[in-house]
Design a protein around this ligand. Structure first.
Ligand SMILES: NC(=O)c1ccc[n+]([C@@H]2O[C@H](COP(=O)([O-])OP(=O)(O)OC[C@H]3O[C@@H](n4cnc5c(N)ncnc54)[C@H](OP(=O)(O)O)[C@@H]3O)[C@@H](O)[C@H]2O)c1
Length: 235
């Protein structure tokens, strides 16, 4: 059955703001994104200043690359993660590029993850979250490619790792089994890679830092991959 993303936008809907229009599209579905872009174009006079690529997810976070029951299973996991976390960003960005080109700010944020950083991975000494980490590492190159291509047009592309953010409360549900596994793995890894880690931050704290970075990032710095702190300190 097709997932309806709009049904989960209850908090956004509750804001009842007349300058907020909720549209839905699966980021793995390029056609749905094109249709959403047509609707956005109608509402914004064909322009867009900011695009935030937030959608992302992780499957089988507890498994390392050698722990899947079959070659087919590990291949599927890699492809599933790549489709949402990497190709989804390409489809979304391509769909909205024509509108962004007409915009005055031309700022594109991509939610990446410190798990996509080679140095963090080696310091954390963990093979878990493999497919997700690989897909996030790849999306950092997606960001670099768009940045290199559109720097001369005044675009700012920025990949931000949001920190370790406790989103379960915002969603109004308990953490999923996957998230619990992720926290378990991360706590172990974090002890090695970031012994001063104080615990997760709230979505409000993270988003405030992300927007501050996105607004002050310059065209000269386009294509970077940084944490919510604006550097390579991931948590
Ligand atoms: N939370 C963290 O600590 C953390 C750390 C590092 C990076 N990140 C990254 O930050 C971003 C936001 O994560 P989050 O923690 O807020 O996760 P989340 O609570 O699971 O939210 C993920 C969002 O992505 C949407 N989504 C998932 N698959 C989609 C698809 N195929 N098409 C369209 N939308 C889709 C979900 O929609 P529904 O609500 O409809 O399911 C949801 O709104 C992700 O890119 C994640 O990888 C998060």
């Amino acid at each position: 059955m097709m997932k309806t993303f709009k049904a989960t936008a209850t908090r956004l809907e509750a804001l009842s703001r007349n300058n907020v229009k909720i549209l839905e599209a699966d980021v793995t579905d390029a056609k749905a994104l094109s249709l959403a872009a047509v609707e956005v174009a109608k509402a914004t006079n064909n322009k867009l200043d900011y695009l935030i690529n937030n959608a992302g997810s992780s499957t089988n976070p507890g498994l390392t690359l050698d722990q899947f029951p079959s070659p087919m299973a590990v291949e599927k996991d890699l492809i599933d993660n790549f489709k949402i976390n990497t190709i989804g960003v390409v489809h979304s960005t391509n769909a909205f590029l024509p509108l962004l080109k007409n915009g005055s700010d031309k700022r594109v944020l991509i939610l990446s993850s410190g798990l996509g950083d080679l140095d963090f991975t080696l310091a954390a000494e963990t093979g878990a979250q493999a497919s997700y980490s690989i897909a996030k590492a790849a999306v950092n190159m997606v960001v670099a490619k768009y940045a290199a291509q559109f720097k001369a047009d005044g675009f700012v592309f920025l990949a931000i790792s949001p920190g370790i953010v406790d989103v379960a409360a915002t969603r109004g549900s308990e953490p999923t089994a996957g998230e619990l596994e992720e926290f378990k793995m991360l706590s172990k890894a974090v002890g090695k890679a970031a012994p001063d880690f104080k615990g997760p931050i709230t979505p409000e704290e993270s988003v405030k830092m992300q927007l501050e970075l996105l607004n002050r990032w310059t065209v000269e710095e386009t294509g970077a991959f940084v944490s919510h702190l604006g550097n390579k300190q991931w948590m």
